[in-house]
Design a protein around this ligand. Structure first.
Ligand SMILES: Nc1ncnc2c1ncn2[C@@H]1O[C@H](COP(=O)(O)OP(=O)(O)O)[C@@H](O)[C@H]1O
Ligand SMILES: [Mg+2]
Length: 360
């Protein structure tokens, strides 16, 4: 039996972006304190947390100091070095642990792992050198997408290989490093499922949502996704299977494609709160952030029930200047992240809507 962490204790969060900020806000509702470790000063989470350790993730001295201040560690950024997590784990419980990060940090490991569980993805091949690239293009065909195995986000580190593309030039474009070539999925929709698994082993998934991207960045999430009941069930089963197989405690966000032939293929997984789960803050009994806190503190997981039809819109870059308009709109729930610099494509905040008009 795990004893739940009692209110008043401190949750350490690796990463201080908006996901950490919203986790800290949810934790505060239950009387926990949050202590952030993040190299950037004035990061979004620092303004709402009890403390902020400004340090690099690979500093052992900093990790020791961090561990001494907290009762449990979680993360909002999946590129923390695995070595650092292993070190932290020798001092304090860390959820999710290093094994989950090892899988999700590397697209080749991630896809092999998922396929080993019988979870379908696009066909893929690893590319370490020019010879591999030729073999991969022959095997996977065109169109396909070449992606760096590590550190990609918002479509960065990716190049499409069309019928006429010089594959070597595409590889150069993404840095000529270790890559994965994936078959281009002819999808009708992108969906995602966020699933929580607690220290106690309890699992709860949110229903699948539809994600619409603009310039490779999430623009809007719509709930419910317009898919069949079977597809809904299948997507939730896939996410549940993945979180169990990864032995992950915390949240797992599973991005999927609904292929033109109706199959559901997993694109990638993230072991943390996810942008496509922001709608839960205003349209679910339990938000994804509260659920993460519950999971890592060993509290009972909250209900994932949806309160109605919902929509989330990201405020990217200059969109944030419309904050007063959204505030004036009845029913629009504004969330801003406290970022001082407005840059094109930067996630500055989001707006949620909950509608009571149909199939809640
Ligand atoms: N194999 C693929 N087939 C078709 N579209 C893809 C494929 N892989 C990625 N995409 C598109 O690019 C977007 C970003 O790719 P993703 O692998 O999720 O990387 P990131 O880490 O940048 O989110 C996806 O949401 C999807 O729209
Ligand atoms: Mg993605």
């Amino acid at each position: 039996m795990h004893k739940p962490l009692s209110p008043g204790k401190t949750i350490g969060i690796l990463g201080g972006g908006q996901l950490g900020r919203m986790t800290a806000l949810a934790a505060a509702n239950f009387g926990y304190r949050c202590y952030i470790m993040e190299p950037q000063r004035n990061c979004p989470a620092s303004f709402v947390s009890a403390g902020h350790l400004t340090a690099e993730y690979d500093s052992e001295a900093a990790l020791l100091k961090f561990a001494s201040q907290v009762d449990v560690v979680t993360l909002e950024f999946e590129n923390v070095p695995v070595k650092s997590l292993k070190f932290l784990e020798s001092q304090v419980p860390v959820y999710p642990g290093p094994q989950a990060l090892e899988i999700s940090q590397d697209r080749v490991r991630e896809k092999s792992f998922l396929n080993d569980q019988g979870i379908e993805t696009a066909p893929w091949a690893p590319v370490k050198n020019a010879e591999d690239l030729d073999i991969a293009v022959d095997k996977i065909g065109r169109p396909s997408v070449l992606k760096t195995t590590r550190f990609g986000y918002d479509g960065k580190g990716q190049a499409k290989i069309g019928p006429e593309t010089d594959a070597i030039a595409a590889w150069r474009e993404v840095g000529s490093g270790y890559c994965i070539l994936e078959g281009f999925v002819d999808f009708t929709m992108e969906i995602s499922v966020i699933v929580a698994r607690s220290v106690t082993g309890e699992i709860k998934a949110y229903e699948p949502v539809e994600n619409r991207h603009a310039n490779h960045i999430l623009d809007e999430t719509h709930v419910p996704a317009s898919i069949t009941a079977e597809q809904t069930e299948q997507a939730m089963e896939i996410a549940t299977k993945a979180v169990e197989a990864m032995d992950l405690v915390g949240l797992l966000a599973v991005e999927m494609f609904v292929a033109a032939d109706g199959r559901i293929l997993v694109n990638e997984v993230a072991p943390r709160p996810h942008n496509s789960g922001h709608w839960t803050m205003d349209a679910c009994v339990t938000s994804q952030f509260e659920q993460l806190v519950r999971a890592v503190c060993g509290l009972p997981l909250g209900s994932t029930q949806r309160l109605g039809r919902a929509k989330m819109k990201n405020l990217l870059g200059r969109d944030v200047h419309k904050w007063e308009e959204y505030l004036a709109e009845p029913g629009a729930h504004l969330h801003l992240y406290g970022k001082a610099d407005v840059k094109a494509g930067r996630k500055m905040g989001h707006v949620n809507w909950l509608f009571q008009d149909d199939d809640a």
